[in-house]
Design a protein around this ligand. Sequence first.
Ligand code: APR
Length: 230
Amino acid sequence: MRHIVVLSGAGMSAESGISTFRDNGGLWDKYDISEVATPEAWARQPELVLEFYNMRRAALAEVEPNSGHLALTQLEEHFDVSIITQNVDDLHERAGSRNILHLHGELTKVRSTKNEDHIQDIGYQNLKLGDKCPDGGQLRPHIVWFGEEVPKLMEAAQITRTADILLIIGTSMQVYPASQLIYEASPNCEVYYIDPDPAPVYGISNLKVIKEKAGIGVPALVHNLMSKNQ
Ligand code: APR
């Protein structure tokens, strides 16, 4: 079976009603990254950080996967599919995709500040100061904050290197190191970039840019890939 690797960003979930970060009116228009999404913010004002993620977690409970998420699950009938997502939502999971790597963490999970391997699933519940892990550490969002290492980067690069087809969906390609994964693909990998306002991409020979929203572009591409693969 040929291997399809998907690299998704916030645009993948936009049509589900989850705002992106850098579009007009996006999350970083409303919140200052340094106030809510850095280790320094956590040290200085943990309640504000917890409130930021509690708000996003509660909002996630109210939305559903869109036709783009659902189309990706159909690919699994004919291809070996690996999803690498920059998103912290659980919409790929809820759509039915099975093989998912979250580069930037997961909104529905929290972890101990004493031991980062002590991870718990809290679903869409709030987390507050005083909520402790059994190891005694205060629980924090299981999110990669700006300035923190991306622990799964090497694993994501290895997966991308084995792609026969790479789908890049809904990302501004502005955040390092995720934005560099495209260059891990082999020279004969077919690369498709689906985004209504795609960022310029250089140095990729086999690239097809599809200027479409995910909800339209992904089902159409999945249909093409599956009919070509019959
Ligand atoms: N369908 C597909 N793409 C869309 C849609 C849509 N309906 N709407 C917007 N987009 C595209 C935008 O054109 C843009 O290219 O989604 C992209 C969103 O870019 P960002 O907001 O920068 O999101 P992303 O690239 O995922 O950000 C990467 O930055 O803030 C950090 O950790 C955060 O994972 C995030 C990372």
